[in-house]
Write a protein that binds this ligand. Structure first.
Ligand code: GDP
Length: 536
């Protein structure tokens, strides 16, 4: 794919801390159509992808309808659709974790963000911050994940550049530092000015790899394109230097400041700047919080948590793949791990490594990497695996659903079976289940509609339970808690028909709409309403 050196054939045997230090595990957050897929393809091109778990979907395939997706899953058995993409660039190992968008947007998209150390926020230069980007950003903020911004589609008509920066600052409460600045806009976009070293990197049409882009002095720009208003460009750059904050690594790493790059993924421009920025500034695997202590990535003993489960849609093959992010140490094929939730030991006899060109060559992974662990339902989302220590990572929260539906059983005799099946599905993280305290039928909550399709297909295939979903009177769910147990009890008692239990029996307030939620909140003194629930 590329001539970049691929070192996996002679795996590096350097000490663990060196392996950890050269890893960058990140995700891309964006609104559909901002250019995530195009950027991903270009990043992989730069890096000479070592292995794609699945492949980047071909252009024509990208807009698969949901039913197509289900069909594909069925045909392929377990398909690991672009869950992890690993590539090397200049000695660093990049793990790009896929954040499903479009129709496959789901709670997995949010959960994936708990398994990365940084994120690239792709913004369409004509549109600015869009709804989905904002939501995904909020999830990143929960963990103070550092964000690098890529303002894409600079080759098209775009909004005012200062306006875009201002919008990021205001709507996301995030400081910005431009690392590059576009020279010309739209059709006259001819390159980016590097704010640090002062050169202008020229846009050279598609396919330019890093280093291939021609770099010139700003004074020479007039010769390139006579349309450029040189005095305007110099004034603008002057203003950028005066008005914009200098880059502050610490503020970035703490999630308070975002370095901003400009480019065009389609024309492969600015992608090299971005990758270089990721390598230079994004953190290597960070220490992870557990219930007992912080676990440092370079600790020798292996630990990992499960953030995503992909189930086989084929009823004859009930196997699943659990995606686990390594938090410390090294995982080798054949090693035994303790599943802390049950206390049982499980052999990791056939983990899938996404790190080697040829899967059979790789037999180890390091903190920061993601491995796929085949299992038959023993692993759940949020599970911790260790080499014996009884710690649990506080990594993967539940996110308030954006769609709430009532499950209608076509065969009323099977209510008990449905209850069991829903419990299992919610433990696996397929959907969230809420059981109203007043005894009304269960509700399911999801972040994206695909989850409902998956639930329906799995209930049918695995439990012979055909179900339909009905719109319910509720559309929002919030976990409720209080320091004062009596206050919580009083609230539940007076809102009984609007309170349900989640899978763990924790109380959830169900509201008809935002207005009603706001109204209730104002009057519920001492009650905390939360749209995230951390694992305990
Ligand atoms: P995603 O939905 O975020 O994955 O976006 P895609 O990568 O599929 O891009 C959406 C559309 O925008 C496609 O038609 C792309 O060809 C187009 N696109 C992506 N990047 C650029 C860019 O830099 N410039 C222009 N002009 N179009 C782009």
């Amino acid at each position: 794919m590329s001539d970049t050196a691929v070192t996996t054939e002679q795996p590096s045997r350097s000490p663990l801390s060196d392996e950890v230090a050269r890893r960058r595990t990140f995700a891309i957050i964006s609104h559909p159509d901002a250019g995530k897929t195009t950027l991903t393809e270009k990043l992989l091109l730069f890096g000479g992808a070592i292995n794609l778990a699945g492949q980047v979907k071909a252009k024509g395939e990208r807009r698969n309808t949901r039913s197509d997706w289900m069909k594909i899953e069925r045909e392929r058995g377990i398909s690991v659709v672009t869950s992890v993409m690993t590539f090397e660039f200049e000695g660093l190992v990049f793990n790009l974790l896929d954040t499903p968008g479009h129709e496959d947007f789901s709670e997995d998209t949010y959960r994936t963000l708990t398994a990365v150390d940084s994120a690239v926020m792709v913004i369409d230069a004509a549109k600015g911050i869009e709804a989905r980007t904002r939501k995904l950003f909020e999830v990143c903020r929960l963990r103070d994940i550092p964000i690098i911004t890529f303002i894409n589609k600079m080759d098209r008509e775009s909004r005012d550049t200062f306006d875009l920066m201002d919008e990021i600052e205001k709507t996301l409460a995030l400081d910005t530092t431009p690392m590059t600045w576009p020279v010309g806009r739209g059709r006259d976009f001819i390159g980016t000015y590097d704010i640090r070293d002062g050169g202008v990197r020229l846009l050279e049409g598609g396919g330019a790899k890093t280093g291939a882009a021609q770099q010139i002095e700003i004074s020479e720009l007039g010769k390139i394109n006579a349309n450029l208003d040189m005095s305007q460009i110099t004034d603008e750059l002057e203003l950028v230097r005066e008005a914009c904050k200098p880059f502050d690594l610490e503020a970035f790493r703490e999630g308070h400041l975002t370095p901003v790059y400009f480019g065009s993924a389609l024309r492969n421009f600015g992608v090299g700047d971005l990758l270089e920025g990721l390598g230079r500034y994004a953190p290597s695997p960070r220490a992870q919080d557990s219930n007992l202590r912080k676990v440092d990535a370079a600790e020798p003993r292996m630990s990992a948590f499960v953030f995503k489960i992909q189930a086989n849609m084929d009823p004859n093959h009930r196997d699943r793949i659990a995606f686990a992010r390594l938090c410390s140490g090294k995982l080798s094929r054949g090693m035994k791990a303790k599943l802390v939730r049950t206390g049982k030991t499980m052999p990791l006899s056939s983990p899938q490594f996404f790190f080697a060109q040829d899967r059979s060559v790789a037999d180890e992974a390091f903190a920061g990497d993601v491995v796929g662990i085949p299992n038959h339902g023993s692993l759940r989302i949020g599970d911790t695996l260790t080499e014996g220590e009884d710690l649990t990572f506080v990594g993967v929260p539940s996110f308030a659903p954006e769609i709430v539906r009532r499950v209608r059983l076509t065969d009323a005799m099977k209510a008990k079976k449905l209850k069991e099946a829903l419990q299992q599905m919610s433990e696996e993280g397929v959907v969230q289940v809420f059981r109203p305290r007043d005894g009304a039928p269960a509700l399911v909550g999801v972040v994206g509609p695909l989850q409902l399709d998956v639930l329906k297909a799995r209930l049918d295939a695995e439990y012979s339970l055909p179900v339909e979903f009905e719109v319910s009177e509720f559309s929002l769910a919030r976990w409720i808690s209080s320091d004062d147990k009596k206050k919580l009890e009083a609230f539940v008692a007076s809102n009984n028909s609007g309170v349900a239990d989640d899978v763990d029996g924790d109380p959830v307030f169900l509201a008809k709409n935002e207005f009603y939620l706001g109204y209730t909140k104002e009057r519920a003194e001492g009650i905390v309403f939360s749209n995230v629930k951390d694992v305990k």
